[in-house]
Design a protein. Structure first.
Length: 379
């Protein structure tokens, strides 16, 4: 079905080698192929090394350069995608075995990379094809959407839980080289076991999908001003009567104002937020890039991801919010999955999820897990 699978049907290749010279050039890889003995379904994985790498990356410390795991040569890119697949499966109440099928499939199809290219019109983590009804290119490039579509396809397969990992993956993907999936089962299992421990209650309760916006709830810390007086706030609109608070610092005012100018632009997972109204979907914003670029317009540098932004600045209680504070929700306080900016007056601006635009919401609708104040924004 895919060029990657075709290559692996002959020999085991380094994970950076993606079916031919053109793909290698597109990936920017200088790697070369090497043949090794390869028995589908065989092989072992250093589960301890996988667990340490998962903990380092999802904990915000970055990849441990001293660890090498076959199939995880780009862990800082791959492990967050693996977490998206696992968390989406947990949110959909897909059993562990289904999560293993999804992980093994994504490792085989893309090496857990959100590819912009592939065999024919294949795209994304699972190399799904728009022409085969998997969704639009923009949807397929959203890892949450792609994972959800894969799981839906899997759950429609009669008896998938009694199948081998390879048989179940093949029933969804219909690859021309179905045996290639089996070799990734050990790595998929090690990733799933390590990642699920980072989810709330070890994945035993539904944690919500990564970057799906601000779900309500009564748990977590809650600010005193909840925004309930604003009533219903239409998507992409500013509530009538809202003004940036007079006591907001000049830099916070700049950041909030810039973010408000992006209202109504559509969410794009992995988007840079450098051209939210431009023709390229990847120029649009996801939750953390909206924060990064809003702060940048105020002359303040933020890191790129929610996982790292939650470690910047100083922690403050949610009862003492100031305009410009970063609010984190979903996941855990240590590893949150979503971020927005407090605007004052009980409001937060954020890029919620695929299919939804940048919008303003009431803070009372958020289950706040952490608040960070960036000192540089206070001047």
């Amino acid at each position: 079905m895919k060029a990657v699978a075709a290559a692996l049907g002959v020999v085991c290749l380094t994970p950076l080698l993606l079916a031919g010279t053109a793909a290698i050039a597109a990936a920017g890889s200088a790697g070369a192929s090497r043949s090794v003995n390869c028995t589908p379904g065989g092989g072992t994985v250093d589960t301890g090394a996988v667990a340490r790498q998962v903990a380092a990356i999802l904990g915000g410390q970055g990849a441990d350069q001293n660890l090498r795991v076959e199939g995880l040569e780009l862990p800082a890119e791959q492990i967050p995608h693996a977490k998206t697949i696992v968390a989406t499966g947990v949110a959909m109440k897909v059993p562990e075995r289904g999560q293993l099928v999804a992980l093994a499939t994504a490792i085989q199809e893309s090496r857990l990379r959100n590819l912009t290219y592939g065999d024919r019109d294949s795209l994304g983590l699972f190399q799904q094809r728009p022409s085969q009804g998997w969704g639009t290119p923009e949807q397929i490039r959203d890892p949450v959407y792609a994972s959800t579509r894969f799981y839906k396809g899997l759950l429609e397969v009669n008896g998938w839980q009694q199948m081998t990992i390879t048989q179940a993956a093949q029933a969804v993907q219909r690859s021309g080289y179905p045996d290639a999936y089996a070799q990734w089962e050990p790595l998929a299992r090690a990733l799933q076991q390590a990642i699920v421990k980072t989810l709330p209650n070890g994945g035993q309760t539904q944690p919500g999908q990564p970057d799906t916006g601000s779900g309500g709830g009564t748990g977590g810390c809650r600010p005193g001003e909840d925004g309930s007086g604003w009533g219903e706030i239409p998507e992409g609109a500013v509530p009538d009567g809202y003004k940036i608070p007079a006591d907001a610092s000049p830099k916070a005012r700049t950041a909030i104002d810039w973010a408000m100018h992006q209202l109504g632009t559509m969410y794009q997972w992995g988007g840079t937020c450098l051209a939210p109204r431009g023709p390229d979907p990847m120029g649009r914003c996801d939750c953390s890039s909206l924060m990064q670029q809003a702060y940048a317009k105020a002359g303040v540098q933020l890191t790129r991801t929610t996982y790292t932004q939650v470690k910047e600045g100083d922690p403050v209680p949610a009862s003492a919010l100031k305009p410009g504070d970063l609010l984190f929700t979903r996941g855990t306080a240590a590893v949150p999955e979503h971020v927005g900016m407090y605007m004052g007056a009980g409001l937060v601006i954020n890029a919620p999820k695929t299919g939804r635009p940048v919008r303003i919401e009431k803070v009372g609708d958020w289950q706040i897990l952490a608040v960070r104040r960036i000192p540089a924004l206070g001047s």
